[in-house]
Design a protein around this ligand. Sequence first.
Ligand code: EPU
Length: 450
Amino acid sequence: MDAFSIQGGNRLSGTITVDGSKNASLPLLAATLLTDEAVVFEGVPNLSDIANMVRLLEELGCTATRVNSQIQIQSLDSSISHARYDIVRTMRASVCVLGPLLAKRGEVRVSMPGGCSFGDRPIDLHLRGLEALGAKIHLEGGDIVARCERLHGATIFLGGPFGSTVLGTANVMSAATLAKGKTIIESAACEPEITDLAKLLNAMGAKISGAGTPRITIEGVDQLGGASHTVMPDRIVAGTWAIAAAMTNGNVTIEKFPLDHLLAVTDVLSTVGVHVHQTDTSQDPVSCTVQVTSDRNLKPVMFTTQPFPGFPTDLQAQMMALLCLSKGNSIITEKIYPERFMHVPELSRMGARLVKQGSTVVVQGVDRLIGAPVMASDLRASASLIIAGLAAEGETIVSRVYHLDRGYEQMEKTLTALGAKIKRIDDTQVVDGLPIVDTVPAKKLVQPNS
Ligand code: EPU
């Protein structure tokens, strides 16, 4: 297994460009199951989660061709509609195929995703939404089995105990495009990834309005066709780079920065004393160039994660790493996944002072973090440990970085280009957190279908 060795203390500086969004790409790729025609994507990031989704689509009878950042998918054989446990357990987002397969093929079997490292992640709202459209659903051998003649439009309330559901909205909205009649999704997720999905579906011939608001209306059509689509920039990756720049008191220019999608984050950063300002004249507020700089004295702040446009849960861990070095006490409350704090004990190993009470963590700022061997337990927790390692004194070894490779394309290369001292090493060569050999070459990420 790969690990990262980081020598902290270098200021990040230079220019980087944000890749296409992973979380937008996954439901976009699944939407190709709604048509027999080819759909072409530009800007799909080269990540292990994407490779897994493409593998799943191939198992479901699609052909996939990838040339650099462009992927073409075409659904050719509709005889297999079973998303097996082998794939679903590697990536929960496999559940994105549920709605498209049901609507197009009238039948689907998807292995029920289990819990994940940050708690229960039920899919009851996905199922309730599809049942409202007329699906008959039952559980069989750990699989969700759903069938329908033709789905019919309905008015569906999709809110749950933690607010709206992003992939649930994606599933129900995608399925409703081929339903007979009109569907209204109330309490729909407003995340930009949903707006991006609606943009693709409309380009394929769907009739969706209101995406990006809590009420989405879909007029069903008989069939969808092929289309071309450019994936939106990854707001979580962009936010991670901005926080990493701030953590090292750096000066980083970030291109294709989705400023409009990150206003809750830039607001918190500005309170902390981090400046994010647009440096180009782009009229596109979701793909502009910004410069990130910070004051040496970081101020504490209080924030709560919320559905969009609130502060994203996917940047909570990274922001916590930054606040470890602020002057005073910060308070972070997690309202989407109350147990998403696996980074807390690991940051504490690096000298952070963190007090967790339920879904809130009090961060008592310290003068310095100290490098240590730490273990990544999920994608965003990994990112926070790497950010902490960039500013810590001495060496930090972050093990199990396969979590990171799910959502950041060769992060070590980008950070090295910005002046960080970070190397990918072989975890099997690490004894008690101390590497016993030098580096091995960076492992190539899986190239889907190439
Ligand atoms: N929920 C339910 N019932 C459901 C679905 C969700 O109660 O049927 C609850 C969840 O347990 C959670 C809340 O609703 O408390 C929101 O979950 P949501 O369904 O919105 O999450 P998701 O769609 O499964 C996506 C992202 C996550 C991100 C969340 C929240 C993808 C592939 N995943 O998950 O991204 O944290 O939205 O914004 O888009 C990540 O990238 O690291 C990641 C985990």
